[in-house]
Ligand binder design. Structure first.
Ligand code: SIN
Length: 568
């Protein structure tokens, strides 16, 4: 065996049946923050599907909303968040989000994150009081802390550097979670709905093995790839939500899919995000005739909440029959534009668009899922020892529509709180006996030659979701989508049972589950609210019975009797 294979073989051997205090699934801002904090209380393993820096966070341009300006107050940020959330936010969760923001930003500065300052230098020596605060839709003042238009990249790189300082954190790249290990799998477990870690696929060696952990944190990001066009990287396949659903967790508010109003319309641009910060800076949306149109739709014009801007663009495109609208930043000082938005400037230039001189063609694309695995204020799901953070979780802060730049803040604030709770739990747990966890059984499966069917299935799901479960919905469209997705789900499950598992197959299975959760949740909401707009019920229903979360769960009522219990 060549030495490099011997090394991989050795690493694989020591991984099998290894037990940790904390297992973190995902390496975006939520997962990495959780891991850094958790490492103070015990051993941590963080698994990630590709490289540790491949995450949705990396693509975030805008920033982190935080009350830091002299003209700002907690009340104002809370109020903006509640207005965007269209009556469905959990007010206490929103207060936690807003009030615990400043200490989290201070922590990031201590880690060395180079946010833009008022002098507009991404500077060392930045303090909470000289940060440059940008503006985005739905915010009544400037409160977006950012690193030019590359905030996510700066955050991810700095946090990963910090993570590597801990020698009790093991990072496993190219490892995908297959299923959560729950009482269903474990010998003599007393509770079917207790989590003991996860079965994990080492995608280089194509081996599945269990990782046992006292606490498991799902932080695997969003699910933009349920749709044909998304601002998310290809890894955003709803893995956390789908696995948690299969394990019996409550999943909430999946009908609220945020479409970002402005992604670059260009055949090669792959839905490149044109940050809302550009509109905060003064860019104006125009139709093909050069007419500004947002003032027709909302008093805040181009800075209206995102659902309104996305629907307005959708409407303008339907009226004109054209495939895009345009964003105009030509009237702003060219040097300042390039200095503040170097990433957008350079990306557009690479497609032949000079944003200081040309109109930018834009279309909406799937961007963020407001729903997810339902958690309490400390990240607990309804499965014992299972936490969820970041886009995978539904904390209640976004309600029916997320306010711009509240998501990175949510990931920071709630992953911090989750560790406080989880550390206490880990202290009380005894070690898991890995002998109680069976090995993954893939007998009867084999390498199937028709892998191309998987990519066909993927395009089918994405097309169904984009055509029938997009910005404007109806019962007819949703019913149609459900019939098709149910059929695809059966085909994929059948494939899954027969085939040797690959990352592509796992993702497809998670995508189809997530798609179904979105459709089923959308059918349950018989009104239009926030990001869910249906022509059958075009208005928001203000009766109390409509102001509640849409919850879906596949939990069966079959409690198991006495037996092994790791944690109280
Ligand atoms: C953006 O920069 O427009 C995206 C920020 C966000 O989604 O919060």
């Amino acid at each position: 065996m060549p030495p490099q294979y011997l090394y991989i073989y050795y690493i694989t051997l020591i991984m099998v049946n290894k037990s940790y205090d904390f297992l973190v699934i995902g390496s975006g801002i939520a997962g990495v923050s959780f891991a850094i904090n958790a490492a103070k209380y015990g051993s941590v393993v963080m698994i990630t599907k590709k490289q540790d820096s491949d995450s949705n966070t990396n693509y975030a341009q805008g920033g982190v909303a935080c009350v830091l300006g002299d003209d700002d107050t907690f009340e104002s940020h809370v109020s903006d968040t509640l207005i965007a959330g269209a009556g469905l936010c959990d007010i206490d969760a929103v207060k936690i989000l807003v009030e615990e923001g400043p200490p989290r930003i201070r922590e990031l500065l201590d880690y060395g994150v180079r946010f833009s300052t008022v002098d507009n230098v991404a500077a060392e020596g930045a303090s909470l009081y000289n940060l440059h605060l940008g503006r985005e839709g739905g915010h009544s003042v400037n409160r977006i802390v950012h690193a030019k238009d590359l905030t996510g990249r700066e955050l991810e790189a700095t946090l990963l550097m910090k993570l590597r300082e801990f020698d009790n954190i093991t990072i496993l790249e190219n490892h995908c979670a297959v299923e959560l290990i729950t009482g269903h799998h474990v010998k003599n477990a007393s509770n079917q709905y207790e989590c003991f870690g996860a079965y994990v696929l080492d995608s280089i060696n194509r081996k599945i093995f269990p990782i046992a952990a006292k606490v498991t944190c799902l932080a695997s990001g969003g699910a933009g790839h349920v749709y044909l066009h998304s601002t998310n990287p290809a890894i955003a396949t709803g893995d956390g939500v789908a696995m948690a659903y299969r394990a019996g967790a409550k999943i909430a508010n999946m009908e609220f899919i945020q479409f970002h109003p402005t992604t670059l319309f260009h055949e090669k641009a792959n839905s490149f995000l044109i940050s809302e910060a550009l509109r905060g800076y003064g860019a104006v949306l125009r139709d093909a005739g050069g007419r500004e149109f947002m003032s027709k739709y909302h008093p805040q014009s181009d800075l209206a909440p995102r659902d309104i801007v996305a629907r307005a663009i959708d409407n303008e495109m339907k009226i004109s029959g054209l495939p895009c609208v345009y964003l105009d930043v030509r009237h702003k000082d060219a040097r300042t534009t390039i200095e503040q938005f170097p990433n957008i400037y350079n990306q557009c230039l690479s497609f032949g668009i000079n944003i200081t001189k040309d109109l930018i063609p834009v279309v909406p694309a799937a961007h963020y899922i407001c729903g997810g695995v339902m958690v309490d204020y400390y990240g607990n799901t309804n499965i014992t020892n299972l936490y969820a953070c970041g886009e995978t979780a539904c904390t209640g802060v976004h309600g029916a529509n997320r306010l711009a730049s509240n998501s990175l803040l949510e990931a920071l604030v709630f992953s911090h709180r989750a560790v406080i709770d989880a550390a206490e739990r880990v202290g009380k747990c005894r070690n898991i006996d890995t002998n109680d966890i069976p090995d993954w059984d893939d007998s009867g499966t084999h390498d199937i030659e028709e892998w191309v069917l998987l990519s066909h299935n993927l395009v089918e799901i994405q097309s169904v979701m984009s055509n029938y479960v997009g910005i404007v919905r109806s019962n007819l469209r949703l019913d149609r989508a459900l019939r098709r997705v149910n059929l695809l789900g059966k085909e994929i499950e059948d494939f899954y049972k027969r085939a040797k598992i690959t990352p592509q197959l796992l993702e497809l299975r998670n995508i189809v589950t997530t798609a179904k959760l979105i459709i089923v949740s959308a059918l349950k909401r018989r009104e239009s609210r926030g990001l869910h707009y249906t022509t059958d019920y075009p208005c928001q229903n203000n009766k109390k019975s409509f102001k509640k979360n849409t919850i879906v769960s596949n939990r069966r009522k079959a409690p198991m009797s006495t037996g092994l219990k790791i944690c109280q």
